[in-house]
Design a protein around this ligand. Structure first.
Ligand SMILES: Nc1ncnc2c1ncn2[C@@H]1O[C@H](COP(=O)(O)OP(=O)(O)OP(=O)(O)O)[C@@H](O)[C@H]1O
Ligand SMILES: [Mg+2]
Length: 350
């Protein structure tokens, strides 16, 4: 494991802010802090900060409650302001790539090149063909700058900006290892965004974000049962089942929405399958708060014909049972995935 101190992972999701801090010890990585704090609806829409005051407030509260002293922070962005694409280029050196990437990237990005931050990683070089594959990541400056501002206003010093898809990949590798000679899908279903990340032999080969998530379930339960949003949210999570009729109704709505979510995911997987020579996906690893809905995983598995497993982001992390209630960690596991990936970033990589 590389030297350097761990930094704070801060996942600013559209429904809640999550923080995670880990420490490298003799027995491996151990969990120091994990917590989350809700955000009001509409504070973040499609990855864009609409109400920064509430976000700053939520971050400040969760930091204070957990007595977090560390300032150096890794945060991440996702949604339509981020583009991740595998692109083929003529063979060139790293220096040449750095020189030409702005120009090469232009044709792959739907935004003005001057409005985005660009990063690039070489995936493979094929000397005989004179070709190389690179992973291009572009994110809108305005969105990233807004995230940096709220983190700073909450007293943090952001040092790393990652994207959710790569956080998930890092979280996965630490806990499950690299799935060699296999294609797996990391699927994060949050409140407003579904993040699909196809990883072949340990390398990201396809990503797509879909604007759907737990909000659709809550809204549909609210509409069909004619109740408030808050009641619908409680029912969705399986709580407050005093009336026996309601769980049945709720389950029916959950099934309907799950079918449409699974269909949408399948369209992306079909698109991936049509554009690759890959032999097939061996497993889907599910994360995100909405992954906690038991029938959703089953329906995705039935639709795709691929086994679906709920991710445990603390699988290989040492956890002190005296400090963390195992039931709490199990219940927050799915929604902790991105923040655990962020907390793996270290000061020596900055
Ligand atoms: N036990 C549960 N059962 C069903 N849904 C749940 C449960 N716990 C959380 N959720 C749902 O998960 C969603 C929050 O998940 P998560 O924290 O991963 O999303 P987010 O990161 O805030 O959103 P996004 O990534 O889309 O911006 C909410 O829609 C919430 O209702
Ligand atoms: Mg999220």
């Amino acid at each position: 494991m590389a030297k350097g101190k761990n930094i704070l992972g801060l996942d600013i999701g559209s429904s809640a802010v999550k923080i995670c801090l880990m420490k490298q010890g003799r027995k491996g990585l151990s969990l120091v802090t994990f917590d989350h704090h809700p955000l009001p609806p509409e504070a973040i829409v499609d990855g864009a900060l609409m109400d920064s005051g509430s976000v700053v407030d939520a971050i400040s509260q969760v930091l204070k409650r957990n007595k977090v002293r560390i300032k150096e922070t890794a945060l991440s962005v996702s949604g339509h302001s981020v583009i991740i694409k595998k692109i083929p280029l003529p063979l060139m050196t790293d220096d040449e790539l750095e020189q030409s990437i702005q120009w090469e990237a232009e044709q792959y990005i739907p935004f003005d090149i001057n409005d985005v931050y660009i990063d690039v990683e070489v995936l493979s070089r094929d000397q005989s063909q004179g070709q190389m594959d690179v992973l291009l990541v572009a994110a809108r400056r305005s969105v990233i700058d807004d995230y940096l501002v709220v983190a700073r206003q909450a007293g943090l010093e952001p040092r790393v900006v990652d994207v959710d898809a790569f956080c998930l990949q890092n979280m996965f590798e630490v806990n499950y290892g690299i799935a060699e000679e296999q294609t797996i899908v990391l699927l994060d279903i949050g409140a407003g965004t579904i993040n699909i990340n196809v990883v072949s032999d340990g390398i990201t080969t396809f990503t797509r974000d879909i604007s759907m998530g737990g909000n659709q379930f809550t809204e549909e339960i609210q509409k069909q049962l004619n109740i408030t949003y808050e009641e619908a949210e409680t029912y969705k999570r399986g709580g407050d089942a005093t009336d026996a009729v309601i769980p049945h109704e709720v389950e029916k709505v959950i099934q309907q929405v799950s079918e449409s979510v699974a269909g949408e995911i399948q369209r992306s997987l079909d698109f991936y399958a049509a554009t690759t020579a890959d032999s097939g996906i061996s497993r889907i690893y599910l994360s995100g708060g909405t992954g906690s809905i038991p029938s959703l995983g089953r329906i995705i598995s039935r639709t795709s014909g691929v086994p679906v497993e709920l991710i445990n982001p603390f699988r290989n992390i040492v956890v002190d049972d005296g400090r963390f209630n195992p039931d709490f960690l199990e219940s927050v596991g799915p929604l902790a995935a991105v923040s655990v990936g962020l907390a793996l970033r270290r000061t020596n990589e900055l």
